[in-house]
Design a protein around this ligand. Structure first.
Ligand code: ASP
Length: 599
């Protein structure tokens, strides 16, 4: 990772960075400071690799010329903090270390001072091996962050956010902070709550996003806002989730969908150019939501490979196979994927069935095309015509593996969408190093939930594309868009409702009655009545973007101090019980005794 470093003001600790001990300093005196990366005793000489943020330089301690420092060198251990001064010399040809930028030079130490004595670290920094458990790494995160890979990830993170700021600053966006102690800003997760001491019985919610504040900033006339903002969502954790995470949050006034998309495409190009991300062809592809679901089973499709979903209901209109018949009659879906010519033993096929069940489907039908029909336990339930029709519909060639799921459409899509990814990974169908970024557009505004009500696909403040018909909430499309990168949602946003009456109608459709709307969102409804410009925006998951750019396995690897998979901070021990006095101060009493605190 290339970083530039300013000249140092010489002081008692150092006058040069370790990474700057290069040819232009040969024969000059320098003082460097840093951590002992490695020590080697060699034929009466002691070699120390000294590390600071810029890199590593080799120090040589000589019994004749290093004075007291030679004694000290013998006692140094990994991670001690040292300041050393001496002359920069060119290494002899056989001792050049081609791995290090400073590898042609070394410092012949004349004096050195131990600035801090280090305990033996719980794991090695130099020679770190991948089998150190993540718990240990997180518990001693300040040591883990000394590793080059972690440092590079955080440097990259900084460069990504700096490039974002730079672009937005150039385009007239203002960086404005919004509160962390606030009221609920619903983004579909549970709120984290903070009890108020001054108004006992009342709680702040930590923002799930700055959504409502950025809208208020548009009402206030700022027109272009951004913030690299902390967001808090109390939801079940997965590999790509943290309870507190970071968004690049953007909002603009007097814009339509194309304006927001255009500026964001330029933003992405700028950031990727700066940090070495994928090259983008503009305009980026736009895929309508319905098509994404129909072809990939998901609103965040990985379109780098085929294995698309195919609807089979037409070919089964007359079927007498009970499983398919009852599903079709009850409004369900029968969908399939042609997995191609794959060998799969019976046990693996059974594995596919259990995997489908694990994902929520009742079952899965597998088949291999054989002649005009199928080799499959299900073949005997289907007519010859049906099999022929299915083969054609799935584009099946002799020997191709076909999988079919009959279920409620949502489940059939979700299960096949997931199996599609897993099969692509298993059979290596995703071209190495390939990238695909696209927009998902033309979303429905609301979707039916299992309780007979409606939920927003984005959030309740998303503008309908046409007049909202409260009698047919499911029919309305939304002015919303998501950016998807290799099957992961990187960001999403929408044009917002800027009319108070429409906002009330949408609240009502979501089951939020007048009184509740007034008590929870009265401030927004009121603001919308004082001259709200048309406005819209987007937010990106910064952690995910950096994770992908860094090629890291988890977002935890690009966050300085992340939480573990169970939402705890292994370093500080948060969350932690509080004592009775603190509870009393905020007027709370626990219903159950907390378990004893962890050491
Ligand atoms: N507030 C939204 C979110 O956090 C993004 C947006 O609509 O701008 O997903």
């Amino acid at each position: 990772m290339s970083e530039s470093f300013p000249a140092l003001r010489p002081n008692a600790f150092r006058d040069a960075w370790c990474g700057q001990v290069l040819g232009d300093r040969v024969d000059s005196e320098v003082r460097v400071a840093g951590w002992v990366h490695r020590r080697r005793d060699h034929g009466g000489l002691v070699f120390i690799d000294l590390r600071d943020r810029t890199g590593i330089v080799q120090l040589v301690f000589h019994p004749d010329s290093s004075g007291d420092a030679f004694e000290l060198a013998h006692k140094l251990r990994a991670e001690d903090v040292l300041s050393a001064a001496g002359r920069v010399v060119r290494r002899s040809e056989e001792t050049v270390n081609a791995e290090l930028p400073t590898g042609e030079f070394e410092l012949a130490v004349a004096s050195a001072e131990l600035l801090s004595d280090a305990d033996t670290p719980p794991f090695q920094i130099e020679g770190f091996s991948g089998d150190v458990g993540e718990d240990a790494r997180l518990r001693h995160r300040y040591l883990d962050l000394r590793r080059e890979q972690m440092r590079d990830a955080l440097v990259l993170r900084h460069r990504v956010s700096a490039a974002m700021r730079d672009f937005l600053d150039g385009d007239g966006f203002l960086d404005i902070e919004t509160p962390v102690l606030t009221r609920s800003t619903p983004e579909g997760a549970r709120d984290f709550l903070v009890p108020s001491r001054l108004q006992q019985g009342s709680f702040y919610a930590l923002p799930q996003s700055p959504q409502l504040f950025k809208q208020l900033l548009m009402v206030a006339g700022f027109e272009r806002y951004y913030q690299i903002a902390r967001c808090f969502r109390d939801e079940d954790l997965r590999a790509d989730r943290q309870p507190d995470f970071t968004q690049l949050d953007i909002e603009m006034s007097f814009v339509d969908v194309d304006d927001v998309i255009a500026i964001n495409e330029r933003l992405l190009v700028h950031v990727f150019d700066r940090v070495g991300g994928p090259a983008l062809d503009l305009p980026m592809r736009r895929l309508p939501y319905d098509e994404a679901i129909a072809r990939y089973g998901t609103d965040r499709p990985d379109t780098r490979f085929g294995l698309e979903l195919v609807d089979l209901a037409d070919d089964l209109a007359q079927t007498e196979f009970k499983v398919f018949r009852s599903m079709i009659d009850s409004g369900g879906a029968v969908r399939g994927i042609n997995v191609g010519a794959r060998e799969m033993p019976r046990s693996a096929l059974d594995g596919l069935i259990s995997r489908a069940q694990e994902l929520g489907a009742k079952g899965l039908v597998w088949a291999f095309r054989e002649g005009e029909g199928w080799r499959s336990p299900t073949a005997k339930f289907l007519s010859a015509d049906e099999l022929k029709g299915l083969n054609e519909r799935l584009g099946a060639e002799e020997g191709d593996l076909l999988i079919v799921v009959a279920d409620r459409p949502k489940i059939a899509n979700a299960v096949l969408g997931q199996l599609r990814l897993e099969l692509a990974a298993e059979f290596g169908l995703i071209p190495e190093g390939s990238d695909d970024l696209l927009w998902i557009v033309d979303w429905p505004l609301l979707e039916a939930n299992d309780e007979g009500g409606w939920d927003p696909l984005h959030h309740p403040f998303t503008a309908p594309a046409a007049d909202f018909d409260p009698d047919d909430p499911g029919a309305t499309r939304a002015l919303a868009y998501d950016v998807v990168w290799n099957g992961q949602e990187m960001g999403g946003g929408s044009i917002r409702i800027s009319d108070s009456a429409v906002q009330r109608d949408v609240f009502a459709a979501l089951g939020i009655d007048e009184a509740e709307a007034e008590s929870r969102f009265g401030f927004l409804l009121e603001a919308l009545r004082y001259g709200a410009p048309p406005h819209g925006g987007i937010a990106y998951g910064l952690d995910r973007i950096v994770q992908r750019l860094a090629g890291a396995e988890s977002i935890r690897d690009v966050i300085a101090f992340p939480k573990t998979a169970s939402g705890t901070d292994a370093l500080t021990g948060a969350p932690a019980p509080i004592d009775d006095g603190q509870l009393r101060e905020v007027g709370l009493k626990l219903r159950a005794q907390p378990p004893p605190s962890r050491p």
